[in-house]
Design a protein around this ligand. Structure first.
Ligand code: ADP
Length: 621
């Protein structure tokens, strides 16, 4: 017998499970049935799509039995695809799911918070250890002769050895711990199956002894009975009017690794040129792997109720990768291959219609259920913004769905709401980008807008830097960045030719002092309290964008320089008019630039030099 160690992540997860963070222990039955059902799906697909499995004897079923006498075991067996030695090592000894490390590092030791997190992560097979001291898996892979026995106490690793099994499939036996014994009961198992696994497309049989009694309560007969305990109809094929919210919610849990109810669901049964059913869900919280390139797609493809794949990213556009659910088509061939999926016209049409439906539903919720939409935005605003530069067909719809923070509204606001609040003669929609909401709210760039009561959107999301400037116009109103040198028509009134002329010599002095540290020096129309600010030229990347590009390893080092704007009414600037002391002018010029960089959260190059200059100026004052 070969002993094996668990991958560290598995040990950590098991440790968590055994110290019972989970509140609903009965879900282990759901998880094991769901694995059995997946294994049956996979084999069914092979028998339809793979020549070598054409004449395979396949009787798909899941059998559950338990020790009635001692109440110390539960056994769940399936006739699915099974696992060989390598599969068992890879699948029951490691966790391949992306985001696992991150998930584990987020655990705080606070069991309430952690159990919420683990609910989103899903523990799958390992949930068996919530009720069992030891778990045995005997499995034989379809098409192979040798079976294997995997056993573990969930602590010290696992043992793997050759074994025997009649036919292909997997048998999982749980040796129940003392407080797991309550689950070895006909009623418990039946309840859980009804609640969580009723729609599983394969029959689930439960074995128990049926006893009959006479008038005196004496047992007259005992029969080992086999009873089908689920209705085995694909839930999404049932008519909507038959289904309750609870049905939908429980189905969500079996397909999603999530213990919470979904935020919303959307069930569509399309008939006509294309016949298909879709059932989509949006989780309450973003999936843990949402920002990983190798995220697990959430939508499964079925053809005529036969499972085809759960690993096809092309079923949904990337920006809707948080959507869970199924697509079941009547028009695709059963042997559709992965490669075919990419250019399949039927699928492309279903996908297009599905995206429209989903975006329509989001819009409806935004209108009718603002509280719910708020939760949605908190989790999914960012992926929707990604859609703005990847899905041009739905651009208008997406522009209605995305939200911003703003200098005038609490919480989130839409572009439509901004437009309604615009001043009568206001020409553009203004936004500021950069690092951190607070920094942006306090930026000197906003001073003139605040003074004139013009609203500015706070675009503080990383992705805003890339996406918002590409919007261009919304409903014929131009979007303008306040980070750019052209402050927009709305501030033109602040322009004062006289002041500009007066300051001409000062501007020249500063330019000379700063040399090639700046692209230009200008008299500002947008400042009222601060002495200076930086902006970028119309077509240059913003300071924040430059930082992002650098972080992404952009090698082009030709640095784009900011434009320094000075406040003609500020005391520090005025003082420069009267001095001829060159070293003072130089110190002041550099300080005006460095402080403008600092308030925008842009790191300055030589902090020590900054401090020396500041001290020199302070000494003089
Ligand atoms: P998940 O179901 O999320 O992949 P699990 O921990 O529940 O995670 O299972 C890990 C893997 O073990 C599954 O992906 C599957 O490949 C394999 N597996 C588990 N149970 C079975 C089973 N009854 N038959 C075949 N393979 C199984």
């Amino acid at each position: 017998m070969a002993k094996h160690e668990f991958q560290t992540e598995v040990s950590q997860l098991l440790d968590l499970i055994i110290h019972s963070l989970y509140s609903h222990r009965e879900i282990f039955i759901r998880e094991l049935i769901s694995n059995a059902s997946d294994a049956l799906d996979k084999l069914k697909y092979l028998t339809l799509a793979d020549e070598s499995f054409k004449d395979f004897n396949f009787d798909p079923r899941i059998d559950i039995s338990f020790d009635e006498e001692n109440q110390n075991t539960i056994t769940i067996a399936d006739t699915g695809i099974g696992m060989n030695e390598q599969d068992l090592n890879e699948q029951l000894g490691t966790i391949a799911r992306s985001g696992t490390k991150n998930f584990l590092s987020q655990l705080s030791g606070d069991s309430k918070k952690d159990s919420n997190l683990i609910g989103r992560f899903g523990v799958g097979f390992y949930s068996a250890f919530m009720v069992a001291d030891r778990v045995e898996v005997i499995s034989r892979k379809a098409g192979e002769e040798q079976a294997w026995r995997w056993t573990s106490d969930g602590r010290s690793g696992y043992d793997l050895e050759p074994a025997e099994r009649d036919g292909h499939g997997t048998t999982v036996t749980l040796f129940l711990s003392d407080d797991g014994k309550e689950f070895a009961s006909r009623w418990q198992i039946q309840d859980v199956v009804k609640k969580y696994s009723d729609h599983i497309a394969f029959p689930i049989y439960l074995y128990y002894t049926k006893k009959e009694y006479d008038d005196q309560g004496k047992v007259t007969s005992e029969d080992l009975t086999e009873e089908q305990v689920n209705s085995a109809s694909a839930l999404w094929k049932r008519s909507k009017s038959e289904l309750t919210e609870e049905d939908y919610n429980e189905f969500y849990k079996t397909i999603s690794h999530d213990d919470n109810d979904p935020l919303l669901y959307l069930h569509t049964q399309a008939e006509g040129t294309l016949e298909y059913t879709t059932l989509f869900y949006v989780p309450q919280q973003a999936p843990l792997d949402m920002y990983y390139a190798d995220y697990q797609p959430g939508v499964k493809l079925y053809v005529k109720r036969v499972f085809i794949t759960d690993d096809a990213k092309e079923l949904m556009p990337t920006y809707l990768r948080f959507v869970r659910g199924i697509i079941d088509s009547e028009d695709l061939p059963l042997n559709v291959s992965r490669e075919m999926l990419q250019q399949n016209r039927v699928l492309a049409n279903i996908r297009q219609a599905s995206v429209k439906k989903l975006l329509g539903e989001f819009a409806r919720i935004a209108k009718d259920e603002p509280e719910k939409y708020k939760t949605f935005v908190e989790q999914f605003n960012r992926p929707l913004k990604e859609g703005l530069y990847s899905d041009f067909t739905n651009r208008d719809q997406l522009l209605e769905l995305i939200r911003f923070k703003s200098t005038k509204a609490d919480g989130y606001t839409s572009l439509a709401e901004y437009k309604e609040r615009m001043l009568p003669d206001q020409k553009a929609i203004y936004f500021i980008t950069g690092e951190g909401e607070n920094t942006l709210r306090n930026s000197p760039l906003l001073e003139a807008y605040k003074k004139r009561d013009i609203e500015v959107l706070i675009a503080d999301d990383d992705i805003d830097e890339v996406v918002v400037p590409t919007i261009g116009t919304y409903e014929e109103t131009e979007l303008k960045s306040v980070n750019r040198s052209d402050a927009g028509e709305d501030l033109q009134a602040e322009k004062d030719e006289q002041k500009e002329q007066d300051l001409g010599p000062v501007v020249e002095k500063i330019k000379k002092a700063l040399g090639d540290r700046v692209k230009d020096v200008k008299v500002s129309v947008r400042l009222s309290d601060s002495p200076s600010c930086i902006v970028v030229d119309e077509n240059d990347p913003t300071m924040k964008m430059q930082q992002l590009l650098k972080a992404m390893g952009q090698t082009d080092t030709s640095e784009v320089k900011p434009i320094l704007e000075i406040n003609p009414d500020h005391e520090l600037v005025k003082r420069l008019k009267t001095t001829e002391d060159e070293s003072y002018v130089e110190d002041m010029s550099v300080l005006l630039l460095d402080q403008a960089l600092l308030v925008e959260n842009v790191p300055i190059k030589e902090p020590a030099e900054f401090v020396r200059r500041m001290n020199r100026v302070l000494e003089r004052a």
